[in-house]
Design a protein around this ligand. Structure first.
Ligand SMILES: C[S@@+](CC[C@H](N)C(=O)[O-])C[C@H]1O[C@@H](n2cnc3c(N)ncnc32)[C@H](O)[C@@H]1O
Length: 239
């Protein structure tokens, strides 16, 4: 079963939002979640996992030996062998997580995520293990737990059978390189605003053409970076 392993100082916050709705219903059926409490690997009476930064400065830094030990234990699967799936440390300075990565990871057997706290982790941990840093965006959270839940939700919902209507992920933002077209429903007129006439014609081909042009317009206006990539891709495909 597709597995998310999470190394965290706050295992009690999982599954959190991942226990709700369709993804929650699929938990332990189509995917599973395991937490590893980093505190169990701490030292001394207080089970400390961190220490003051070398060179001084504010905050605390997670020790490399402690995190490496926790990762080694987390990666042991039931056969006593190490998991071969991706391992990522949630970090604002990491590679930006995106739909392509979510898709790729959903097609594998699982992921191991490490949630940071405090100032972060001793750099030697990354040098020694090669663990990739992954960011959820250009902002700073207090810990990696919310980031991990967002990443897992984006990935797990792409596993076939997790969402009732798998097709609904096929037309979403980013899949075609575009943001999604606008949606409408009843009532036909609300607050003086009408549902666009074309959506009421029942002409699927015209509706689909209209939706694509709206998706292009929204992407061009809101995300020039995506729009440029989309245009380049389109030109390449036409050559
Ligand atoms: C207070 S932050 C540390 C920020 C770090 N000192 C810096 O300036 O880059 C503590 C932890 O929250 C998590 N975190 C914060 N912002 C994140 C983001 N944008 N994406 C992923 N994880 C994040 C990371 O695990 C990080 O180690």
């Amino acid at each position: 079963m597709w597995t998310a392993k999470i190394i965290t100082l706050f295992p009690e916050v999982f599954p959190g939002v991942l226990g709700s709705s369709l993804i929650g219903k699929a938990l332990d059926k189509s995917w599973q979640l395991e937490t590893v409490d980093l505190r169990d690997f701490g030292c001394g009476v207080h089970k400390a996992v961190d220490d003051t930064p070398s060179g001084g400065g504010p905050g605390m830094v997670i020790k490399p030996d402690i995190l490496a030990k926790a990762l080694e234990v987390a990666q042991k699967n039931t056969d006593g062998e190490a998991d071969t799936w991706p391992v990522a440390f949630l970090s604002p300075r990491g590679r930006l997580f995106d739909q392509t990565t979510a898709k790729k990871w959903s097609m594998g057997k699982g992921i191991t995520l490490i949630c940071g706290r405090y100032e972060g982790v001793d750099e030697r941990f990354f040098e020694a293990t090669g663990v990739e840093e992954i960011s959820m965006g250009d902002f700073v959270l207090s810990g990696g737990e919310i980031a991990a839940q967002a990443l897992i939700e984006a990935t797990v919902r792409l596993i076939p059978n997790v969402l009732g209507n798998f097709e609904s992920t096929e037309n979403e933002s980013f899949i075609s390189g575009l943001l999604e077209h606008p949606h409408y429903t009843r009532p036909r007129v609300w607050n003086g605003l009408s549902v666009p006439e074309i959506l009421l014609t029942g002409h699927h081909e015209n509706i689909s053409r209209w939706r694509k042009s709206k998706a292009e317009e929204i992407t061009r206006i809101r995300r020039p970076d995506l729009w440029q990539r989309y245009c380049e891709q389109k030109t390449e495909n036409e050559i």
